[in-house]
Design a protein. Sequence first.
Length: 516
Amino acid sequence: MRRTPSNVRSNEAVAYARVSTKDQEREGFSIPAQLRLINEYAAVHGLKITETYTEAETAGHTGREAFGRMMNALKSPGTCRTILVEKTDRLYRNARDMVDLNDLKVEIHFIKEGRAVSEDSKPSDKLVNTILTATAQHFLDNLREETRKGMLEKARSGLWPSSAPLGYLNTPGPNGKKIIVPDPEMATHVQRMFERYSTGRFSLRQVAQLAVDEGMRFRRSTGPMPAETVRKMLKNPIFNGRFVWDGVEYEGSHEPLVSVETFDRVQEVLQCKRAVPLRITEIMLAYKGLMTCRHCGCAIVGQIQKKRYTYYRCSGYKGSCHEPYAREEVLDQSFSEQLDLLSIDDEVMGLIEDGIRKLSEEGETDRVGAMNEANQILRALKGRQELLYEDRLEGRIDTATYDRKAVELRRKTRSAEERLAALKNPSRTRGTERPHSGTLELARTASREYSRRSGPEKREMLDYLVSNCSWGDGRLDVEFKHPYALLAVANAEYRQKKAAGEPSDGLCQLWYPRRD
């Protein structure tokens, strides 16, 4: 190694060390290893290290923090003019960094390369430095190109080639390539965000705030995500099993967090802007916009007094109305009593389950037919995929056309597979749950569950069960949604006749299964 040049202005120097990848860390290029080499070199050559700068970022990445701090320090008058670094590509990989350092008139010691460069270096030494810098630049450009090719090839094989989005985690796959899998802590929160927004009743900010309230934590923020960030998240097809890379959409091999149906419904809400933004205080008003005044038909509106008491009154939009204020607690009790109309006793439950069994037997034939039809659709779609692949191999279509058509076919295939899976497991099919495990169970527990829920949860439950409600003279009238309306009518008739002492045999006809 060459001796330290005689024109060094002082015995002070700064040390700079950097790693850009975890592979370099494993291969022995760790920052501690670099600093050990630099310190040994300084001790041998009588140099005193006054400041050490370290970072773990690629040299091609703009805005390196430690490098920038070092440059600013070297610009100050009276500071040392010597930099100690392991080798060329640890300090810079582009001509701009070299020019900037030359302008500072510093002396740089490249320890492993056994050379030092300064303003007074020979032209041949400067030429060598320029060549090595250009070589490092070429290496970086080539590395970028190869990385881009590798990521593109990974995308074409259905693997997400970058950092996992919120709700997923990066993990090694069976073949050694990294894949994304659902995050056991965050995936459920992401699913709820999609499900809530798909109803059209929540704004983007409300969806994020409710997620935080339930324990969701975002990676780069301690509070709710900005509305625009939530919008981008809800539009990202990666949660639906697809993803876009370099402007092209691919069908992913990862597990989707939301179904095709839910994702499409969210896109409709985003496009139509059906979700009306509300002030955060309005989330606490459980009955806002749910009732009208029985006297004049105006909306019943709420307001909070003394930051703790909530009252509801007629808006008086059509003129003065004599309907007095009602405390929220009074409305809570009234709604609970209305929901009690759905409660079914054990005797009725037995009758209904008998009817369900009969309907299940009749519906099995229809289900088998629907499964056969779904299988035929799947076979047709897979046949179209094979023909499309042959067209690509024979050169009848280009890569861009193939990728576009392949994504659409895989999307249709996945939708058909979801439909077939739902038919094979009817108890999991949305909207077709067995009544005693879904609709009837909710009806039996509605009043009790309602009483123990908070304001937003109560509203969510009411939106599911009731449609039109009116309030006046201390009395609440509600209209239940289908099928709860049928259940409420039949249950009221059943209770009335049972109270009149009619025998059980005469009441059974109320609960015979009906096609509607």
